[in-house]
Design a protein around this ligand. Sequence first.
Ligand code: FA5
Length: 333
Amino acid sequence: MQEKLENILKACEQALEKEQNLNDLNNLKAAYLGKKGEIAALMMTLKDLSNEEKPKVGKLINEIKQQLEALFEAKRNALEQVEIEKKLKSEAIDVTLPGLKKSVGSAHLLSQIVEDIEAFFIGLGYEIKDGPEVESDHYNFEMLNLEQGHPARAMQDSFYIDPNRLLRTHTSPVQARTMLESGGNPIKIICPGKVYRRDDDDQTHSHQFMQIEGLVIGEKISMANLKGTLLAFIQYFFGKDRNIRLRPSYFPFTEPSVEVDVYSEEGKWIEVLGAGMVHPNVLKMGGYDPEKVQGFAFGIGVERLGILKYHIDDIRQFYTNDIRFLKQFKGGR
Ligand code: FA5
């Protein structure tokens, strides 16, 4: 028996030496130490031995069993170590390699301009408002004194979605929405947003552009307030030396109406916005008594201001996403 056991031990040692793989090691362990393994088989033979021999042989088998267990444990540790080292090697990072440069984006020039303008008006106590870009004919035109068939509707060629809905042609519908919301209280808001017109695209026209609407309603509001506000705004935006010119104009929702030009560095007057005193009909439809309160409103063309300030040659530069153009204005956020 002693010899048999030593042979098993030797055979196992040899088999273990060749073993390189943890899975196979488990199979080998089962063959020696498992329920149906060699040691278990020897244990089964104990019952055939005499009472005298039984404890001796039993002890011997147990000793070999313990040795075998120690051998398997040692081999398993060794193989695991090898595996860890392999993994460490394959996952090693060469920290001396040059890193990948991440390019950081920045706010689009139009967003920078809008934020700049918002900052000015917030400073004067205005609130920022929002309105839908898909607007009803009712708010885009009718509430602004432009009933169906009004000839001035032709001034703003529109993209209709169905007979009652269109992409708003200006931010002015927010005037009407805000008046109805405000329940007759004073108003001081601006509303920046996208607007859409069926204009042919050229250097100064785009079918999609941005406006910033302004609306102030209260007691004793006059044209002088409008002019003072716009002059302060233009001088904030362009610098103190700039002047503005108010030309009489026509909008159905303001009376009187003006078009505002800025004196450009090239020595020309350039139109940047439309404005006027809110028409009594518009005040009435919005729930205000034109005998008691007055208001002024304006609609700034954001791209036109940007073109003037940053000497941009073509309005389409704002929308074609040429990275060489955009990179020139990374100064903002
Ligand atoms: C209006 O849209 C009026 N709602 C403005 C207004 C508001 C008047 C409140 C009175 C009271 P107008 O169509 O002129 O007006 O447009 C206003 C500004 O938007 C223009 O001065 C111009 O700067 C800009 N604009 C107009 N059409 C285009 C276009 N196709 N592309 C780029 N900018 C444009």
